[in-house]
Write a protein that binds this ligand. Structure first.
Ligand code: PDD
Length: 293
């Protein structure tokens, strides 16, 4: 957050400090809305098509009218990026069901509230790439629609705080003994040179990096297997990794105070990290090529 930040609220651009939402907004009262976080590298939104598709899917799941078409969303993201000086940014977009008298059932004839902002994307600390991050295991106490990128994030907030209280960067959650994900990231297990991914069901958010890592594994010739992953396969993994829009892909080198595998970032992580950097560079190069044509 910076003083000069310009945000978008319901059709208008304004300084962040001037953006106001009525207290009866259902986002404030019920957490009734969805959001997206998309990274921007070299002023080019990365995998925006996929982020937009997930936003549209989530709005549909909550039966909130999509306030804009695809070109409208893209125009909004591009306009926000253009208004700020940072080459690398991350765009946050939130749509709530709108403002209405407090009543749990959906109100009729209400316009969704649309909010969007872009912030400087903090560089990933070199030590996290070189040494990895520490995590703790936690029972997944969230609801059964974790596939929806809902702004109701209390379960995720409590899980992240438990990790922070334990001096860790993130948690690795399990439901009934099966791996789900982190508080704000997907979690990947490496065993015998294979990347194991938990199923894309209602128990995890399918990150935009889920499809990306699958594609990068295919390109690198790393076997990628989607299946339920038991707790002991995680605690005895060769490597663990996490991914998110703002963290890219990071090695997890400690779990509950114990080293993961050799306790240092492993070879599969290093390959995928390098492939991720190439994908970022390709995205900006492609956009520059399009602009030159
Ligand atoms: N979080 N799982 C959860 C619960 C998440 O909140 C996120 C992302 C992911 C990874 O998704 P993606 O690759 O699309 O970022 C998985 C964002 C960054 C956030 O809430 O800030």
């Amino acid at each position: 957050m910076t003083d000069e930040q310009i945000v978008y609220l319901n059709g208008e651009f304004m300084p962040l400090a001037e953006a106001r939402v009525p207290v009866l907004d259902r986002g404030f009262i019920f957490g009734d809305g969805v959001y997206e976080v998309a990274p921007v590298y070299g002023r080019v939104p990365f995998r925006w098509t996929q982020h937009h598709a997930r936003l549209v899917r989530n709005l549909g799941k909550l039966r909130i009218d999509d306030p804009m078409d695809a070109a409208g969303w893209r125009g909004l993201v591009d306009a926000l990026v253009a208004r700020h000086p940072w080459d690398d940014q991350f765009v946050y977009v939130q749509v709530t069901r709108g403002v209405a008298k407090r009543d749990h059932a959906f109100p009729k004839g209400v316009r969704p509230t649309v909010f969007a902002m872009s912030s400087p994307l903090p560089p990933i600390p070199a030590e996290q790439i070189e040494l990895g991050v520490a995590t703790i295991t936690l029972p997944d106490e969230r609801w059964l629609h974790c596939d929806i990128k809902s702004i109701s994030l209390l379960g995720n907030v409590l899980a992240r705080q438990a990790a922070v209280d334990a001096g860790a960067a993130e948690c690795v959650m399990f439901r009934d003994g099966w791996l789900t994900e982190g508080s704000s990231s997907n979690v990947w297990v490496v065993r015998d040179g294979r990347v194991l991914a938990p199923p894309r069901d209602n128990l995890i958010l399918e990150g935009i990096r889920y499809g990306l890592l699958e594609a990068l594994c295919a390109a690198e010739g790393v076997p990628f297997e989607v299946r339920p992953i038991a707790r002991d396969e995680v605690t005895s993994a060769d490597e663990l990794m996490l991914s998110s829009a703002t963290k890219e892909v990071l090695p997890i080198t400690r779990l509950d105070g114990r080293p993961v595998g050799a306790g240092v970032p492993g070879p599969v992580y290093r390959r995928l990290h390098a492939a991720y950097q190439r994908a970022k560079a390709a995205s900006t190069a492609e956009a520059a090529g399009r602009a030159a044509r």
